[in-house]
Design a protein around this ligand. Structure first.
Ligand SMILES: [Fe+2]
Ligand SMILES: [Fe+2]
Length: 234
């Protein structure tokens, strides 16, 4: 994938959406850090917010390298706007469990799925910031694992249950599908199958969230799955 110079602009456009996602993740982690009562979780979320801001800068650099000329503004992505509105509503309600579900688990799952696919192409192009991108992916995995642990902890403490989390995940998952579908023309341009990308998002989610499999009591189910996922080399 991603070998023609004609693909530089579509890839740069895809990265602009990732950059927007980073900003959403930054704002969410910052707001979550003000809501949590546990000092360890607060420290993690403050660190995540700093990392998400840095990630946005990495994408800005990659976009400038891929498409030095002005991209002419990013197209409006209604599904992403709607996702942000749902997440913002959960933050206003101080529903931390839903925010962990929507941001660290589902949105970071989408980000990881897209990044993992894009990474191969960026490596082939000898894109700059290779080490930064590798660090970025490792940090995203840590954010995702943190979110999974928060949900599993909420379940074991009786603050949430699997079926309600599955139900609450549905609108967010429908919107990640809609985001990918909206990008299908761009994905076509770089010879990628939008439906495969949408399916990828599910593979980055804890199995218990999308199947009837029970979560591991110690939270090991999703942690082990994520940790066994290979990290792209560059
Ligand atoms: Fe990020
Ligand atoms: Fe993240």
């Amino acid at each position: 994938m991603l070998v023609s110079t004609d693909e530089r602009v579509p890839i740069a456009r895809l990265l602009t959406f990732l950059e927007q996602g980073e900003r959403m993740a930054h704002d969410c982690a910052k707001a979550q850090s003000a809501l949590v009562t546990d000092s360890g979780a607060r420290g993690f979320l403050c660190s995540q917010a700093r990392q998400e801001a840095a990630h946005a800068m990495v994408f800005q650099g990659a976009i400038a390298w891929l498409a030095p000329k002005n991209l002419g503004g990013s197209p409006f992505l209604p599904a992403m706007e709607e996702y942000q509105a749902l997440l913002q509503d959960a933050l206003i309600r101080k529903d931390l469990v839903e925010t962990f579900l929507a941001e660290q688990v589902v949105l970071e799952g989408l980000g990881e799925a897209v990044l993992t696919r894009l990474e191969q192409g960026l490596m082939k192009r000898a894109a700059p910031f290779g080490r930064l991108r590798r660090v970025l992916l490792q940090q995203e995995e840590a954010h995702h694992r943190f979110g999974c642990r928060q949900l599993e902890r909420a379940i074991t403490r009786g603050k949430a249950d699997v079926s309600s989390l599955q139900r609450r995940a549905r609108p967010y998952l429908a919107l990640t599908d809609a985001i990918i579908l909206t990008l299908s023309d761009l994905l076509d341009t770089i010879h990628e199958d939008a439906s495969a990308w949408a399916a990828d998002v599910r593979t980055f989610l804890p199995k218990w969230l999308v199947t009837d499999e029970l979560p591991g009591i110690s939270g090991q189910t999703s942690v082990m799955r994520i940790e066994s996922k290979p990290i792209a080399e560059s």
